[in-house]
Design a binder for this molecule. Structure first.
Ligand code: 5GP
Length: 262
């Protein structure tokens, strides 16, 4: 399998063609952006961590019977994925009110929602990824009704899986964003979970201290971005203990997790 030319470059990832039909390479960059590209920085090591964390999460989701685009991780920054035709939509799930929901509707930050709340946004940077209704999706043909029904079912299950996975390592899954696409399987198209699931696309709070372990550290200038992502990787059991251990230890002091003495 050879990596070919660049097909697409996004804010945090690059997609390259490959010599194999239907497969592409997803490369994770260290670039961090927020507020529709108004805030930008290079966060050294972020791409490597997101590659590992997303591989771990998508593999777990796949083991639960949900189809994803992931074929395998290739190296520190790259994954082999199925080339999906991406729906131009962002699927947001909220378990706790914060972020744009609190701002938009005045719901107190941290309010636990009785049921997971699903929101749909149009993936369009020029428009600032606006919130839309399902009716807009059908009216403008961004997805069909039966596709959204299937995606909602997949999203609901993914939320359950992720909540359990993170709760088990002392993290609250506050909210997250998913993307889906369609791939050909023999002669029929099927819906797969696409993109990534990482601290870039989720809000993750330490259960006890509510310390933020996600991209809000960048958005809100809280510092220690990489250390927070490393902490997520370490808790998920996918990060070697020796990496930047002193910085991770410093950061861990502010969370509920205790380091075991060797
Ligand atoms: P909010 O709408 O409150 O800004 O974001 C809700 C959740 O979706 C957060 O976990 C946030 O990280 C994620 N999210 C929403 N839009 C985007 C996006 O364009 N890119 C990324 N990486 N995450 C997003």
């Amino acid at each position: 399998m050879n990596k070919g030319k660049k097909l697409y470059e996004g804010k945090a990832k690059i997609i390259y063609e490959t010599s194999e039909k239907g497969l592409v390479v997803q490369h994770f960059k260290d670039d961090a952006t927020a507020f529709n590209n108004l805030k930008k920085a290079n966060v050294e090591g972020k791409g490597v961590l997101n590659n590992r964390i997303s591989e771990h999460i998508l593999s777990n989701i796949s083991q639960c019977g949900i189809k994803t685009h992931l074929v395998k991780r290739l190296n520190m920054r790259e994954q082999l994925i199925k080339h999906a035709e991406i729906f131009p939509l962002e699927f947001i799930v909220r378990n706790i009110a914060t972020g744009s929901l609190s701002k938009r509707l005045g719901i107190a930050d941290g309010t636990i929602l009785e049921e997971p709340l699903f929101e749909y946004c149009l993936k369009d940077d020029d428009l600032g990824d606006p919130l839309i209704a399902k009716e807009h999706i059908y009216a403008f043909g961004w997805a069909k009704e039966d596709e959204i029904k299937e995606i909602d079912k997949m999203t609901f299950r993914i939320n359950d899986i992720l909540q359990g996975m993170f709760r088990g390592v002392g993290i609250k899954l506050v909210d997250f964003k998913l993307e889906y696409g369609k791939v050909w399987n023999k002669d029929k198209q099927e819906i797969v979970l696409a993109d990534e699931i990482s601290p870039d696309t989720c809000r993750l709070w330490d259960i006890k201290s509510e310390r933020k372990l996600d991209k809000d550290r960048f958005r809100k200038d809280l510092g220690n971005i990489v250390q927070a992502y490393q902490e997520v990787a370490r808790r998920l059991g996918i990060m070697p203990e020796e990496t930047n251990i002193s910085e991770v230890k410093e950061f861990a002091k502010t969370t509920s997790i205790k380091f075991k003495k060797k």
